[in-house]
Design a protein around this ligand. Sequence first.
Ligand SMILES: [Cu+2]
Length: 148
Amino acid sequence: MRSLAFIAVAAFLLAGCASSSTTSTTTTSTTCTGMGAMHLGSQTVMVNITTGNKVTPDTITVYVGDTVKWTWPSSSHGVSSGTCTGGGGGGGYYGYGGGGCAPDNKFSSGVHAGPYEFSFTFTQAGTYPYYCLVHEQMMKGKVEVESP
Ligand SMILES: [Cu+2]
């Protein structure tokens, strides 16, 4: 029976789950953490900037080592890390979008007419708010980067 217990524990570990018991008795509790338990290797996560200046999805969670790729098929946009504190008063790259945003220089695509794509690989856990350099407060998003 000992070998069966070992196999069961090994299966839990392979599945990314934490097992609180390794005894040969049958009491075992298991904790899994959703998709995090299934994360294998680096991935590229797509964020689409669509008509109407929508960022879809506007909040994503990735893991250290993952790459986020923003794409926009048309119009001019730009993705820059940073925060918007509001009250910019007519700012924005082309004078609209509300202004009020400031880069923190972690990543920036610059402003480009679509079709365009911009990729950034996150190497440190943390929360990365970003905004569009053209549309500022009208177009914001956030990347949550977790340790694998
Ligand atoms: Cu934009």
